[in-house]
Structures are given as C-alpha cells and as structure tokens.
Design a protein around this ligand. Structure first.
Ligand SMILES: Cc1cc2nc3c(=O)[nH]c(=O)nc-3n(C[C@H](O)[C@H](O)[C@H](O)COP(=O)(O)OP(=O)(O)OC[C@H]3O[C@@H](n4cnc5c(N)ncnc54)[C@H](O)[C@@H]3O)c2cc1C
Length: 451
C-alpha cells in the first residue's frame, strides 16, 4: 500500500526546497519529488545572484549574515543557512554597443557605502541547494530524486501524483516545477495565459574576463541578428570568475553568433575576452508567459516560477515557496481540526497583491523588450550618450524600468530636438507587450515543448 503524505512538493528548486522545509518543519509528512537524480547539481543556467539587496523585493528586505552564514528575509522571518562564498555587488551597468554606459549605480560611489548599499549578492547555487537539502532532510521530509512527474489527479480529499513509474498520494500538493511547469500545463492553467516569447540562453563560467569592475552586474545588447541578442555578466563569488550568459527571446537568433559578436567582434567588448577561459557551459530554454492569476487549482498550490511571467528570480521563488509551504501546512491543520479554511486563499491573496498587482509583468519583460522599441544600435548608443548622471543603484527588474521611465522624461527634450524620428519609436513603449514583441511571438509559434 502506498504511503499517504500530508504534502507532496513537485520540484526541488529554491521554491520547492523551501516549501518542503516549511511543511516538514511544521510537522507535516512531506514527499519532495525531483526529476534530477542529484538535487544539488545545477543543470540550468542561472546568474546565481540574489535580486535585490538594496530595496524591498516582494515586500522583503534581504540580508546576508557573514558570521552566521545565513540569508535572511527581514520582513517575514524567512531565514536559511548558506555555507558557501559570496560577493556583494554594487551596481548594474548597461553598456550600449559603442560602450556608452547607462549606470544603475556607480560602483566607485556605491562601494564606499558598504555592504548594506550592495544591490545584489553573488553566491554558489549548488552550495545553496545542498544547504537547503540538508535542512529539508533535517525537517523529516522524504526526498525522492529521479522522479519525473507526469500526472496529477485530484479527488475530493486528496491528490495523486505519478512519475517515473511511482505513485504518491497526498492531501495537498505544491507545484514548484519551474518556469516550464508541466504541472501548470496538465492542470490547464496555461490556457488563459498569453505567450510572449521564449527566453533562450547559452553561456559559460569564465575566468580572466577583463570587465571594468569585478563586483558589478553588466549587460548589453546585440543588434546584429534577426532579433535582439543580449549579454549578461554575473560575477561569481570565486576570484576572477564570472558567468557570462548570451540570450535571446527569439528562436531565429543564433546564440553562438551573439557570443561571437561580444567576444570577438565588437571593438568595445572583445578586448574584455581576449584572455578569457571557458570553464563550464550552462544553458536554458523557457517560456515567457503572462503570470497565472490564481495560483491554486483544487488542492494544488503553485509556487515559484511555476506561475510566474518568465521568472520571480531566486529571491521571489524562495519567498513564494516558503509562503506556499506554510500555507499547505496550515491547510492540513485546518482540515484535520475542522478549522475554517483560509490559509490557501491567503496565499492566493498574497500572490495577487505582492506579485500581480505590485510587480507589473510587462515592466519585467520591458527589460528585454527595450531593443524592440529602440531597434537600432544607433538609437541605443544615442540614448546612452545623453545620460549624464547615474540612475539609482539597482538590481531589481521592476524598479529598473521605473528608473528608466524617469530618465526618459529627462532626455525627451534632447531627443525631440536632435533625433525627432526616435520619438515615434519611444511612443511604442506604451503599447501592449503583445504588440511590441509580435514578430518574436510569431516566431515562437507553434509552441515547442521544453519540459
Ligand atoms: C539565464 C538566467 C539567469 C538567471 N539569473 C538569475 C539571477 O542572477 N538571480 C536570480 O535571482 N534569478 C535568476 N534567474 C532566475 C532563477 O533561476 C529562477 O527564478 C529560480 O531558479 C526559480 O526557482 P524555482 O524553484 O521556482 O524553479 P526552478 O529553479 O526552475 O526549479 C524547478 C525544479 O523542478 C524540477 N522539475 C521540473 N519539472 C519536473 C517534473 N515534471 N517532475 C519533477 N521535477 C521537476 C526541476 O528539475 C527543478 O529542479 C535566472 C534565470 C535564467 C534563465
């Protein structure tokens, strides 16, 4: 006879690990099911930074405690150990193709303010996974690696989850299977979502990249291909190392061409890579859907990127997984004790107010859609050349777009005077994202299956 669990958590990323830990710590019997055979192995590209340290993100202020080796979320009390190395990051600088800089913070200024002014934190996600897995196991969770979940059935009083020839029965389930969630699709949650694009990424851990500062995040845009390409440089918490990622929303873009453009051809960037050594390759492919409006489907709660537009970032996934774990543990108690049910609904309300209402998904996508608006390298070079003052230090995709909106107001008179033809392009920023990305959406259709 199969064991009956209180809670089944599907997916052991940041969201699933924290959901399982919370429910286990609360005394629930929990099964954590993960497709990877080695849960601590990172097999999907990630910049491995914490977004964002110098403002509230999802209503939480994130702090790293070097003495206690813990990461804490100061508003709600989420905290967990992280035993690996870190590097505080002091700015995010966006460079145009000719090397003009749009600075979210000047590192030389912000660094002098100390760690509380850091915008982000670089860490090693494999060490984080291992530390969280240890916590999960200490919480008494039954961990099942190598289970590729492909079926979820609900009854009036339970959930049956199947995968890799095994069946698990629970009272509630948390789907934390990430941005390409098969569970969301099986439950029919994607039917009402808008597909904007894919996000495709290929990159490497590298050593000896000679970028201007080793403790800042850097990004840029490549205008050479059939649609924009992007480069992000994420410092690693190891001397001289960075993760260099090349991305596109559009499958017609060849990511090797984007990498070649930055590493070999662009006169501003190529010298940074002349001595660079590739240490390890990582890649990812994901959907960019509009978010799921109600992350509760019967007895299945959705957590982390599963219900998000593109991604909640690691920090958002952690907060959401932690909340979801608490909510299902409370639901088990409510049901067992005949207490009026409210915990799952409270999670849904939290999702709506803290994510859907406060964090516009179109703002999020605008971080990538900007070159669809200013669609030539000359436009973007010109915009950056007008920027005389740094924008506020920031590593928060939602706040960055607001800062950019303020900048546009400042530079509009100069654009109007010197490049009036750019005004019509900039007006497109107010269009629905589906219009801005229409050509790429078409190139992504019919939708491939990434799971
Ligand atoms: C290129 C790139 C760079 C990024 N950089 C950053 C960054 O610098 N900072 C930041 O905060 N965020 C970053 N992110 C986003 C971050 O990686 C995610 O937001 C975060 O990992 C989401 O956590 P999650 O637990 O919701 O999902 P995931 O981390 O995707 O975890 C989902 C888990 O579910 C498992 N799974 C999937 N399907 C099944 C199934 N059917 N059965 C069982 N298990 C399954 C997967 O194997 C995985 O372990 C980046 C993402 C990309 C693509």
């Amino acid at each position: 006879m199969t064991k009956q669990f209180d809670v089944i958590v599907i997916g052991a990323g940041p969201a699933g690990l924290l959901a399982a830990r919370q429910a286990g710590t609360a005394g629930c019997s929990v099964a954590l099911l993960e497709r990877k055979t080695d849960i601590a192995r990172l097999d999907r590209m990630c910049g491995q930074t914490l977004v964002s340290l110098n403002d509230y993100y999802f209503d939480e202020l994130i702090q790293y405690n070097p003495a206690g080796k813990r990461i804490s979320f100061l508003s709600g009390g989420l905290s967990f150990p992280y035993s690996g190395p870190v590097k505080h990051l002091y700015a995010w600088n966006v460079f145009s193709p000719d090397g003009s800089r749009l600075a979210f913070g000047l590192p030389e200024e912000n660094r002098t303010k100390g760690v509380h002014a850091a915008v982000g934190l670089a860490y090693d996600k494999q060490i984080l996974f291992q530390d969280l897995l240890d916590e999960v196991q200490q919480a008494g969770v039954d961990v099942f690696a190598g289970i590729d979940v492909d079926e979820v059935e609900q009854t009036a009083d339970g959930v049956q989850v199947s995968g890799s020839g095994k069946v698990f029965n629970g009272r509630y389930a948390v789907a934390a299977d990430g941005t390409n969630s098969r569970i969301a699709r099986l439950l029919g949650c994607n039917a009402s979502r808008e597909l904007y694009s894919y996000l495709l990424c290929k990159g490497w851990y590298m050593s000896n990249v000679r970028f201007p500062d080793s403790d800042i995040l850097i990004s840029s845009i490549c205008y050479e291909g059939p649609a924009p390409g992007y480069m992000f440089i994420f410092p690693r918490p190891y001397d001289g190392q960075a993760t260099v990622a090349f991305l596109a929303l559009d499958p017609r873009v060849d990511l090797d061409d984007v990498a070649d453009y930055f590493m070999s051809h662009n006169p501003f960037f190529a010298p940074w890579f002349s001595q660079a050594e590739k240490l390890q390759q990582l890649a990812s492919a994901q959907y960019v859907y509009s978010p799921i409006e109600a992350p509760l489907h019967g007895r299945v709660l959705l957590a982390g990127d599963t219900g998000a537009c593109q991604e909640l970032e690691n920090s958002g996934a952690m907060i959401s997984g932690w909340k979801a774990g608490n909510a299902v543990a409370a639901a088990v108690k409510e049901e067992g004790g005949g207490i009026q049910q409210r915990a799952l609904e409270e999670y849904v309300c939290w999702w709506k107010s803290v994510y859907l209402d406060a964090c516009s998904h179109e703002d999020y996508i605008m971080n990538f859609a900007m070159p669809y608006v200013l669609d030539t390298a000359e436009d973007f070079n010109f915009l950056c050349s007008l920027v005389k003052e740094p924008l506020p230090p920031c590593w928060n995709p939602y706040a960055a777009i607001k800062h950019l909106g303020g900048l546009m107001q400042q530079v509009m008179p100069a654009i109007q005077q010197q490049r009036p033809e750019m005004m019509a392009k900039l007006a497109r920023m107010a269009s629905p994202m589906s219009e801005i990305l229409a050509s790429t959406t078409e190139a992504c259709t019919p939708v491939r299956e990434f799971d």
